[in-house]
Write a protein that binds this ligand. Structure first.
Ligand SMILES: [Zn+2]
Length: 340
């Protein structure tokens, strides 16, 4: 590793993103990506990583062509894309102020607003400018700043969502700690990350397309549990795994294990979504839903999901007052941003 770091100044080394341990053992290399396992907690992560992934600048520079490609937008904005996330979200949060971290083009918040008009006050935060432009054009309120620096008041949010975000972050623990502060008592946090112990990874190993440079953290159920245990005010209230894409497995099985181009990943996801919407595919869809439910129940589906609730210290009349204060603060911030 020291050799890589010495020969490439754009790389940064990092401790374990779950326990902070500095001792790790190389698991494998995939082209430019070096994957290690923490000797203390067994978390799997990339080390070293490119500075641009660590500070988010790549997402701002490169997000346009990928996130705004027709295939990616069609896939993200299609009804089935966030169907599971919306069901889960509604179960644990029926109203209030919602922040989607890493909101990208805003598809989750858009669908949340469309499904439950008037129930939520929503906003998205991201560092990818072009993706945020699209979100704003769809009527999503956006914050163009780093989550860690956002001036939103502590204890003001009802829900914070991280849909496929934690795997991209150099220091995911800082994001969870910030979330613990921003949530109001009894507020909920939703985490969805790729499952490193999924059926797909077990079958494909490092050929799996989602082992690629943008993903720097590879959680499993056990390392995700350990990760969230670092925040004592957040208690897990649900743990599951969801999503299953046999087309990805089939394509990667035949592939040579090289990184899949952004446009090809988006194209396949769009095709998958189109299948899900096709009437002719209904019988197959039912079978796949059964397989996904089975895989989910034994933690082998594509993503690990966890819902965390902040310990409630101020329930009752204070809570409703805090709620209005939080909304007011956020509304003022949104207004200030809009005027800039
Ligand atoms: Zn560790």
């Amino acid at each position: 590793m020291s050799q890589d770091l010495a020969s490439n100044p754009s790389l940064v080394s990092r401790p374990c993103p779950v326990c902070g341990g500095s001792s790790s053992t190389e698991r494998f290399k995939k082209q430019t990506l070096r994957i290690v396992g923490c000797d203390a907690c067994s978390m799997v992560f990339a080390d070293p990583i490119e500075k641009g992934w660590a500070d988010g600048s790549y997402y701002d520079q490169l997000s346009g062509p990928f996130y705004l490609s027709q295939a990616k937008l069609e896939g993200d904005y299609a009804t089935p894309r966030f169907a599971r996330e919306l069901r889960l979200f509604r179960r644990f949060c029926t109203g209030g102020t919602v922040l989607d971290v890493g909101c990208s083009t805003g598809a989750f918040l858009y669908q949340l607003g469309a499904r439950f008009p008037g129930d939520y006050e929503t906003m998205g935060i991201d560092v990818a400018g072009p993706a945020l432009d699209h979100a704003a054009s769809r009527g999503i309120r956006v914050l163009r700043e780093s989550y860690l620096d956002t001036p939103i008041s502590d204890g003001s949010l009802s829900a914070v969502t991280f849909w496929a975000v934690m795997e991209h972050l150099e220091n995911p623990g800082h994001f969870l700690a910030k979330t613990a502060r921003l949530l109001k008592p009894n507020g909920v946090c939703f985490l969805l990350v790729p499952n490193y112990r999924s059926l797909a990874v077990r079958l494909l190993g490092q050929k799996y397309r989602y082992i690629f440079p943008q993903h720097v953290n590879y959680f499993s159920r056990s390392t995700l549990r350990r990760f969230v245990s670092g925040q004592s005010s957040l208690t897990p209230v649900l743990e599951t795994s969801m999503h299953f894409n046999p087309l990805v497995i089939a394509q990667d099985w035949r592939g040579r294990g090289e990184f899949v181009a952004d446009r090809d990943r988006a194209e396949l996801l769009k095709r998958t979504t189109a299948y899900k919407q096709s009437k002719a595919m209904m019988p197959l869809k039912a079978v796949l839903a059964g397989v996904e439910a089975l895989l989910g129940s034994i933690q082998l589906a594509d993503n690990c999901v966890m819902v965390l609730r902040k310990s409630g210290e101020a329930i009752g009349s204070r809570l409703s007052r805090d709620d209005s204060v939080g909304r007011e603060v956020i509304a003022k911030q949104m207004l200030a941003q809009a005027e800039e």
